[in-house]
Design a protein around this ligand. Structure first.
Ligand SMILES: [Zn+2]
Length: 421
């Protein structure tokens, strides 16, 4: 097994003490076997002088096969956005889904993302793109009521089949999703939950995203709110990762907390779609709800970039609460690393410590945006100062997917827009 030594980095470890120190990281195969001050040899030495080494970021909500929709559905409300998305989705080909997934994965790796949680149908095609590129994919096959979908067959059965087919892969972790309460009734929610319970997978879905969605639901149900309803039918559990959950009352925050469900916050997408409010992040955190962070699709972001999401999300909360201490850089970095790993029920990603999988990002602190960087301000600089141009190297499972600024994975060049559809 070949070893690699990342030498003399400023290590933002995200360990239990959130230690930041100058040191070395030894990798054997796909695992980190040492992170500390000791000097040692290895088959390959990577000189990381002047670089930060941090855990790869985890994009906790996206739709990677929609990357080709960048700039195609801008400046419209979510209802029109979904209507156009569903229409375009119905016309897609396998080749288009695959090419678009490769495009999105390239962008994520370029931006320092080493794992992503995806919600879509045809996750079997996206799984091929994950394995081709070498990124880590948590792929939730989307379900909704059979009469509201263009999927062939029963969506829950399709998801169950996908999970059984891909359950023993290395980079692909299959899961099940539910699109949202506006297209899925109790039967679909509980059937999806049953699949997740039996297979031991996470379950992922949009929830309480826009004011319109929640108010329409409250009106139709005679006063019940979406999160209250999912709690009442026994759907919420510790494996549920709710995307958005912008429109939650304090009571609903507590219901998510009691069920140990987690929230994937998508601040850029929420603001761009004008959801009419901001997710109650301080309340989630104060009530013990694990909060991770996602980009959402390229149609509503318009990038797969977690650094800009951390910065935007953090400053949006500060402004909303008239309090610059309402969020901290450490809080946001936790969302992008250890919190996401906890939500995904993985104890082998999200930090640079002995025994973890070697999902590591190097950031060039000689980039003008990052000067000056020391161990004491490294986390602030990652969250508030960096952009994707500062990401020099990206490693997943001990293998470089980006090296000295160059992507090492298949190209999307020379494809026409129609090749992504
Ligand atoms: Zn979404």
């Amino acid at each position: 097994m070949k070893s690699k030594l990342i030498l003399n980095a400023t290590i933002v470890s995200q360990d239990s003490k959130r230690s930041v120190f100058n040191g070395n990281i030894l990798i054997e195969g796909s695992r980190i076997v040492y992170a500390g001050h000791d000097e040692m040899g290895a088959d390959e030495i990577i000189d990381a002088t002047g670089k930060i080494a941090m855990p790869g970021m985890i994009n906790a909500h996206c739709h990677v096969a929609m990357t080709h929709l960048r700039g195609q559905i801008d400046d419209v409300p979510l209802s029109s956005f979904l209507e156009k998305t569903f229409r375009l989705d119905a016309e897609r080909t396998e080749k288009g889904i695959y090419n678009s997934a490769i495009l999105g994965i390239r962008e994520m790796v370029h931006s320092g993302i080493t794992s992503f949680l995806d919600l879509y149908y045809s996750e079997d095609i996206i799984a091929r793109a994950v394995e081709k590129t070498g990124i880590r994919g948590f792929l939730a096959w989307n379900t909704l009521d059979e009469d509201k979908t263009t999927q062939r067959g029963n969506p829950v059965k399709n998801a169950e089949h996908f999970i059984s087919e891909f359950k023993d892969r290395d980079l692909v972790t299959p899961a099940i999703g539910v699109q949202g309460i506006y297209v899925a009734g109790d039967e679909t929610y509980l059937a999806a939950r049953d699949v997740a319970d039996r297979a031991g997978t996470i379950i992922h879905g949009h929830l309480a995203e826009t004011r319109e969605e929640v108010y329409n639901y409250v009106r139709a149900s005679g006063g019940e709110r979406p999160i209250e309803h999912l709690s009442k039918i026994g759907f919420l559990n510790q494996r549920f990762i709710a995307a958005h959950s912008v429109w939650a009352t304090l009571h609903e925050v507590r219901l998510l907390s009691q069920a140990s469900s987690s929230v994937s916050w998508n601040p850029v997408s929420n603001a761009k779609l004008g959801v009419g409010g901001i997710a109650p992040i301080p309340e989630y955190i104060n009530n013990g709800v694990t909060v991770s962070i996602g980009s959402d699709s390229t149609a509503s972001n318009n990038s797969q970039d977690i650094i800009s999401s951390m910065k935007f999300g953090s400053i949006w909360v500060k402004n909303d609460r008239w309090n610059p201490a309402a969020t901290s850089a450490q809080m946001l970095l936790d969302m992008a690393t250890v919190n996401a790993a906890a939500a995904l029920k993985r104890n082998d990603i999200g930090s640079i410590t002995q025994g973890m999988l070697a999902d590591i990002v190097l950031i060039d602190t000689a980039n003008p945006r990052m000067v000056p960087t020391t161990p004491s301000n490294a986390i602030s600089n990652i969250v508030y100062s960096a952009d994707t141009s500062c990401i020099s190297d990206v490693m997943v499972n001990g293998k470089f997917l980006k090296r000295d600024g160059a992507l090492m994975i298949p190209s999307h060049e020379h494809l026409q827009y129609s090749d992504y559809n």
